[in-house]
Write a protein that binds this ligand. Structure first.
Ligand SMILES: [Zn+2]
Length: 245
């Protein structure tokens, strides 16, 4: 089986486990970054749709793009990989999810302890003071203002913006003390998040990569599986579950 070379005896229910996920796991639910079924948004430059400069230039365009994405995400469902993570989290007492995705599918699948490094598309915040703001679905397409005068924007990290410092620090701390890490559907090319599997590996964790294509991390991984997460992760779960019970 898949795990014949993996030393399972080192893992227990008390092992600290991290699931690190990227766009690939969402793509398996039909959510593609910067593409949409009818192609309307494909003609726009992603830099215009997801940057501070683009928002300043044409806020309604940006809000319209996010409103459409939100609708597409609502219609999508968590897939077998998200559900596997929930099953794993019942098996391992200390496990967390670190995601680069903003779609909230981990939460909808019942995953726990989720670090959303790039924010969450379903939340809004003030572009000025940073305060989180609740908006009704109706209002999301229009430009709204905070009481401080700032424009309300999606609470996601745009091109050119830094990841929330405290969260990225906690993510690094967590992976540096984990025993097992799954890196799932991420091309390992966007820093600093791409550094996380390297950090885990350098601190002695066993790191399993699942991604359809090889990545810069593949040569370092203890196990690198080139497959869809929805197919590979449930198999890992079955094998590890059988070993631990
Ligand atoms: Zn404000």
């Amino acid at each position: 089986m898949m795990l014949e070379n993996m030393r399972l005896d080192r893992f227990t229910r008390d092992s600290r486990v991290v699931f690190f996920t990227g766009a690939g796991i969402s793509a398996e639910s039909g959510i593609a970054t910067f593409r949409d079924p009818d192609g309307h948004w494909s003609k726009y430059d992603p830099m215009k749709l997801a940057s501070q400069a683009g928002f300043q230039e044409d806020p309604e365009l940006v809000l319209g793009w996010y409103a459409d994405r939100r609708e597409a995400i609502r219609k999508a469902k968590p897939n077998a990989a998200h559900i596997s993570i929930s099953n794993f989290q019942k098996l391992f007492r200390h496990s967390i999810v670190i995601t680069q995705n903003v779609d909230g599918l981990h939460e909808r699948a019942g995953n726990k302890s989720i670090y959303e490094l790039h924010g969450n598309i379903h939340r809004h915040k003030c572009n000025g003071c940073g305060k989180q703001v609740e908006l009704s679905n109706k209002k999301m397409r229009m430009l709204n203002y905070c009481e401080c005068g700032g424009k309300i924007r999606p609470d996601v990290v745009w091109f050119g913006e830094s990841l929330p410092l405290q969260m990225i620090n906690e993510a690094f701390e967590t992976v540096s003390s984990c025993d097992l890490m799954f890196t799932i559907g991420t091309s390992a090319q966007i820093y600093p998040a791409a550094q996380l599997p390297f950090e885990a590996k350098s601190k002695g964790a066993y790191v399993i990569e699942i991604n359809p294509e090889p990545t810069p991390f593949s040569p370092k991984a203890d196990l690198s599986i080139h497959d869809d997460a929805g197919s590979a992760l449930p198999k890992f779960y079955e094998e590890i579950h059988a070993q631990l019970n």
